[in-house]
Design a protein around this ligand. Structure first.
Ligand code: GTP
Ligand code: MG
Length: 392
């Protein structure tokens, strides 16, 4: 179990195996939860995946380098520069992250051990303002946790940027982080005005209460500025993400537990069945060979009904299913038949008869439940594992 995607698979397996074992409303609830988990946008794992997007020359590669504290991505004055997307990913990332990058066709990957829960994707400039630009972002949105939209103090107000790219994706506002780079090009006194103006334009685009983080990823003079504010913000987002995922994992665990309880699979019906049944069957057949009315026969009958009662008891709320499969009159009929033929048939034949009439139907019930029990147990263990990894 490496990440939440696998937990969802485990939940799906429980949902698939549940009909017939679990009450319908619980199955419906589990289906809805699995769907909710699958529809959740963002990367389903304990790492925050951030894509940096923005026009060519905004400083996307420079920003990644500033966060990394070293040159990870190549930077140039020649536009456009980055031609291939690049992922800066934790050394210890879960396997799901590699699968995500495969899915996004991101081949260039730089490993790091600095910020072990952060993966940053530096994207090439997509021929600014072409339809393709927005499509790339829209394709990314369901897979990444956040998109950092990078602008600079010169181009932030470009009407096409707002009408063509930002306004159409404003329904995803929660996933966006706006970063204004190259703040060193502005006099300090103008910082507030320019940031405020950008925020106003974003509000008009449909991004309410949006925060703009000012940075200078590669200032002409001095070292990068504002990077700590940005990384602090990313850490907060990661915490929020983990809390939200944790809540979902808890819901999965609780639901799986309720399904297991409803199905009676915690009672351990299954593996013990064979051993118990063989002993019961043989002693019942032997006992029923005793003389009519003898205590031997009575004991044998009791042993058989005790076996059925124990199975029903272990199934908890589903015990009635055992009674339905094996009504008292059917059991009485089988007992009579075996007793009546004791003198004329072999022990083997009578054992086979008891197997066919009582053992086999109960066995299929108990084994089906045991298989479902294993599925439930796997999902339960998966939920614990994911929770553990989420906070590690
Ligand atoms: N003055 C100043 N220049 C910066 C800053 N950040 C980046 N630059 C410069 O802006 C230019 C473009 O930077 P890149 O990081 O290559 O920009 P990019 O967005 O990755 O560009 P593409 O790969 O073409 O999409 C480079 O010359 C950087 O040195 C900054 O904070 N201040
Ligand atoms: Mg670049």
């Amino acid at each position: 179990m490496r990440d939440i995607a696998e937990l969802i698979d485990a939940l799906d397996a429980v949902v698939a195996g549940a009909p017939g074992f679990v009450d319908e409303p619980l199955v419906v609830e589990a289906e809805a939860l699995a769907l909710q988990l699958r529809r959740r946008t963002g990367y389903l794992g304990g790492t925050l995946v951030l894509a940096i997007v923005g026009g060519t020359g905004a400083g996307k590669s420079s920003l990644l380098n500033a966060i990394a504290g070293e040159t990870v991505a190549s930077v140039s004055d020649i536009r456009p520069h980055t031609h291939e997307p690049l992922a800066w990913m934790p050394e210890s990332a879960d396997s799901g992250l590699g699968a995500l990058l495969d899915e996004l066709d991101i081949v260039v990957r730089r490993r790091h051990d600095q910020f072990e829960t952060l993966c940053i994707i530096d994207l090439p400039d997509f021929d600014s303002y072409a339809q393709a630009h927005r499509e790339v972002v829209e394709r990314l949105l369901p897979h990444v946790d956040a998109v950092a939209w990078l602008v600079d103090p010169v181009k932030y107000a470009d009407p096409i940027l707002h009408s063509e790219f930002l306004a159409p994706v404003s329904q995803h506002a929660a996933q966006f982080i706006f970063v204004m780079n190259k703040m060193d090009l502005l006099p300090g006194a103008d910082h507030g005005t320019v940031i405020g103006d950008f925020q106003r334009l974003l509000r008009d685009d449909g991004f309410d209460d949006v925060r703009v983080i000012p940075v200078a990823a590669s200032p002409i003079v001095g070292s990068p500025q504002g990077i700590v504010d940005l990384t602090d913000h990313l850490r907060e987002r990661l915490t929020d993400k983990r809390v939200a995922l944790n809540k979902l994992v808890h819901e999965v665990r609780d639901l799986v537990r309720r399904m297991g309880r409803d199905a009676g699979v915690w009672g351990g019906t299954g593996d013990a069945f064979e051993r118990e049944w063989i002993t019961t069957r043989d002693s019942v057949v032997d006992g029923l060979a005793g003389p009519p009315g003898s205590s031997q026969r009575e004991d044998a009958t009791c042993r058989l009904s005790d076996f059925i009662a124990a199975l029903a008891g272990a199934a908890g709320p589903r015990g009635f299913e055992v009674r339905e499969r094996m009504p008292v009159n059917v059991v009485a009929q089988v007992v009579n038949d075996i007793a009546a033929t004791a003198a004329t048939t072999s022990t083997e034949a009578r054992r086979n008869h008891l197997d066919d009439t009582i053992g086999t139907p109960l066995r299929s019930w108990a084994y089906g439940r045991a298989v479902f029990g294993a599925t439930v147990a796997f999902a339960g263990v998966s939920a614990y594992t994911v929770e553990d990894r989420l906070w590690r």
